[in-house]
Design a protein around this ligand. Structure first.
Ligand SMILES: [Zn+2]
Length: 91
């Protein structure tokens, strides 16, 4: 299993807890969820993320969710540290 697959697997396990399972967000239509090495700096969008640095430099392994939200395409990134913290909470 590659590092990307591992991170994606971990993310999918905590996604419901981290983002409330998308309950009540009927306007969100997920198009793609993937682990990527970023090409540009990105902020972690997790509501759990309250520690700095909030913005990660390019070439960081992160989770990206591409979704159609209220008819608009959006991308949301989640960092590894938020996934790790979620795993601790769920333990
Ligand atoms: Zn984060």
């Amino acid at each position: 299993m590659s590092e990307r697959d591992k991170l994606l697997d971990r993310f999918l396990r905590v996604q419901g807890w981290l983002y409330g399972g998308g309950k009540g967000d009927d306007n969100i239509e997920y198009i793609r969820i993937a682990a990527v090495v970023t090409r540009h700096p990105h902020k972690c969008c997790s509501p759990y993320h309250d520690t700095s640095p909030k913005e990660y430099p390019a070439r960081t392994l992160m989770i990206v969710e591409n979704a159609k939200f209220d008819g608009q395409f959006r991308s949301a990134y989640t960092c590894e540290s938020c996934i790790r913290e979620s795993e601790k909470e769920l333990r």
